[in-house]
Design a protein around this ligand. Structure first.
Ligand code: ADP
Ligand code: MG
Length: 694
């Protein structure tokens, strides 16, 4: 990439080039992830202190910060060791004292000489009925002024407000006149100031209202960050889309057969998504698409129809699931439909070994297997396809970005469809998947009765078990999810085993089954198979059943210690029931007393079954990182933008970025060059790399 534009150099110089900043301050700033003047200007004040001068401390509410002109009276040296040094001062209406516990008499005499006028500012409190200002923040001569509203920055210990303010002001002077990179219509509509003005306004608030994320200055700066990020994603997306793909066009003959064999009609949303995917596959570029749909919205059928399109075109397709259980279930569910269409579908997981595995690999390489379903085992090095056209990745949030990359290596031209049931707020979806095209299943198949959700304290365990016994007698089936006590599979397993024993004792030997991650695979399969076939009525499980598992007859979900789970996870777990026609129940058991947030979260679940709404609320309750799982979320860190408060701006930024890139793919027009400036300023290295190779 060509170098950073020269006008930006001063902003990327060392912090110590700023007046008043030495190695010690630089180190403190490093704790705020501030390494350059550029970082400093994007660090906005989080609060402020009103320093509007008043005539007298009598006019102020005490204790409180007061700025007041005074005449300095006489100094009172400490009467004994450990007593403070006092200075009498007189304002327009009264006298009070400035108090020092440190510093020499000399120093105090110089800063507050008897008989002189000074403006002092600091916290005033009443001490034995006498007003005192211990250690003023400011002592100024009468011709000096303070900002009426002093911005306060997020501080690390030991970094004085004054110093920070000075450093920021010096850094602001280094901001060059920038060309406008935001769409002029947006700027006009929102009445946004230019970049440099926005910075100056944001750093010089006039009152507390100016600190709100809704001010034009802060909106503008948040937009700049979001826009820079969206330009990066849009660049990645357009680079991706320019990548050659294979034209995969089916003739519909296999899909028609499957539709005829289906006991139901696809929803309008399913039909729309199938069409969007087919259109994308038919285009001569590589598809990189996200299918988002709440639990139970019928993503599997969309996947199958798309895989069949690949087969109709003479190619192969692969469906990758995150767990063995899920892969198996997909294979079993899809096989009858594949049979109906005369398509060969095979399962490949880590359990396939030796000759059998080799036979499958050979068949796959010859093209005799048309649809492969499996776990990540399908992407092992020695798995070779004859003509892989489409890869579907189910329940994406379980896979890291790394697996997505791996897939890219295996199949450079293969169309990719990622499916996720983690309903994430649109602003987050744009942040995380802005480089992908999006299809949304926003409609659930008809005929589902909503799930009744209730919260019950653990202390009522006996009632719950009694109700469960009654339900089982009526032929209903239930999941019982055991608490996620610690991030430890072993601990979870122990609690599951205990619950398994106690429920068996209460409900009867053959009635209760169990699955957890530590069981030998064959036992897990057997337990699942027993439950699916209705041989067992209650399945005790750890969160291994969280994703995808589909047993339509199961209509009760009990989740123990629900308060320890994430909201999205609870919604996923609950989504395991409510899949058949019978009315379903979800019992969230909690240990009292509940904290405020925990209570709010469980309430959201009780009130809503809409995954998208739940995720919006979740975002409001927690930070953005948490919603997707912080570590692998891959979310960028914004300094000004707040994904929750500025969600609408993210949409705008995304549209704006895509529009800009479609008109000016190499960012060469005036506005394009301005956008490059922003990319440099916000250190969007990925974008800059893409631009230099593109
Ligand atoms: P998810 O989106 O959570 O993966 P699934 O694909 O597992 O959902 O579908 C959930 C259930 O809904 C399955 O039992 C499936 O057979 C059923 N289903 C899917 N599409 C329809 C439809 N259009 N009408 C009725 N039932 C459907
Ligand atoms: Mg699914």
């Amino acid at each position: 990439m060509t170098g950073r534009p020269e006008p930006l150099f001063p902003l990327f110089a060392g912090l110590e080039t700023l007046p008043g900043v030495g190695p010690k301050t630089a180190k403190l700033l490093a704790n705020l992830a501030v390494a350059t003047p550029k970082d400093l200007i994007f660090t906005l004040p989080t609060s402020g202190v009103d320093r509007t001068p008043v005539a007298s401390v009598r006019d102020a509410v005490l204790p409180g910060v007061v700025t007041v002109p005074v005449t300095v009276g006489h100094h009172i040296a400490p009467s004994a060791r450990g007593r403070p040094y006092r200075i009498e001062v007189e304002d327009a209406k009264t006298t009070f004292q400035v108090v020092y516990f440190r510093g020499s008499a000399d120093l105090h005499a110089r800063s507050l000489p008897t008989g002189q006028r000074r403006i002092i500012s600091g916290k005033v409190e009443l001490y034995d009925g006498v007003a005192q200002m211990p250690h003023p923040d400011y002592v100024l001569s009468e011709n000096e002024t303070l900002p009426a509203f002093e911005p306060i920055y997020p501080l690390t210990a030991g970094l004085a407000a004054k110093l920070m303010r000075r450093a920021v002001d010096a850094a602001l002077l280094r901001v060059p006149e920038m060309p406008e990179w935001v769409d002029s219509q947006v700027v006009a509509e929102k009445s946004w100031p230019g970049f440099a003005d926005a910075l100056r306004q944001a750093h010089h608030p006039e009152d507390a209202r100016d600190l709100s994320p809704g001010t034009v200055a802060r909106q503008r700066l948040a937009y700049d960050e979001l826009f820079a990020h969206q330009v990066t994603l849009a660049l990645a997306r357009s680079t991706e889309r320019r990548r050659k793909g294979v034209v995969t066009e089916g003739d519909g003959r296999l899909r028609r057969k499957v539709l005829a064999a289906l006991p139901y009609k696809p929803t309008v949303a399913q039909q729309r998504c199938v069409q969007e995917i087919a259109d994308d596959m038919a285009a001569p570029r590589r598809m990189n698409r996200l299918l988002q749909g709440d639990v139970g919205s019928g993503k599997t059928l969309v996947a199958l129809m798309s895989l069949l399109t690949a087969v109709e075109a003479g190619g192969q397709g692969v469906l990758m699931a995150p767990t063995e259980i899920l892969a198996r279930q997909h294979a079993e569910g899809l096989r009858p439909l594949a049979d109906a269409a005369g398509v060969v579908l095979e399962l490949l997981t880590g359990r396939d070994k030796g000759k059998e595995r080799q036979a499958k690999l050979d068949a796959l390489a010859r093209g005799d297997i048309q649809i492969l379903v499996g776990t990540h085992a399908v992407f092992q090095r020695d798995v070779a396809f004859d003509d892989l056209r489409l890869a579907v990745i189910d329940e994406q949030h379980r896979f890291g970005v790394r697996q997505r990359m791996l897939l890219g290596e295996k199949a450079a031209t293969t169309d990719v469809l990622v499916m996720t049931a983690t309903p994430i707020p649109r602003s987050l979806a744009l942040t995380q998947y802005g480089d992908m095209d999006l299809s949304v299943l926003d409609e659930k198949p008809p005929g589902r009765t909503p799930i009744q959700t209730a919260t019950v304290p653990v202390s009522r365990m006996d009632d719950v078990v009694a109700k469960l016994r009654a339900a089982v007698t009526e032929g209903r089936q239930a999941y019982w999810v055991c608490p996620l006590v610690e991030e430890s599979e072993v601990v979870d397993t122990t609690s599951a085993e205990e619950r398994f024993r106690s429920l068996r004792a209460a409900l009867g030997e053959g009635v209760v089954g169990m699955v957890h991650g530590q069981m030998p695979p064959a036992e897990k399969d057997a337990a699942m198979a027993d439950f699916i076939a209705g041989r067992t009525s209650v399945l005790v499980a750890t969160t291994v059943i969280e994703v995808g598992v589909n047993v339509p007859n199961a209509s009760i979900m009990v989740i123990e210690r629900a308060e320890t789970f994430g909201l999205a996870q609870l919604h996923q777990l609950r989504g395991r029931v409510g899949r058949g026609a019978a009315a379903s129940t979800c019992l969230l058991m909690y240990k009292a007393p509940l904290g405020e947030t925990a209570e709010a979260r469980l309430r959201i679940l009780r009130e809503s079954g809409d995954g998208f709404r739940i995720s919006e609320e979740d975002l409001a309750l927690r930070g953005a990182g948490d919603v997707i799982g912080t570590a692998q979320s891959g979310l960028p860190r914004f300094r000004v933008a707040d994904l929750e408060r500025h969600a609408a701006l993210m949409e705008l930024a995304s549209r704006d970025a895509r529009a800009l890139l479609s008109r000016d793919p190499a960012l060469e027009t005036d506005r394009g060059r301005a956008a490059r400036m922003l990319l440099w300023l916000t250190e969007q290295d990925r974008a800059l790399r893409l631009l230099s190779v593109g």
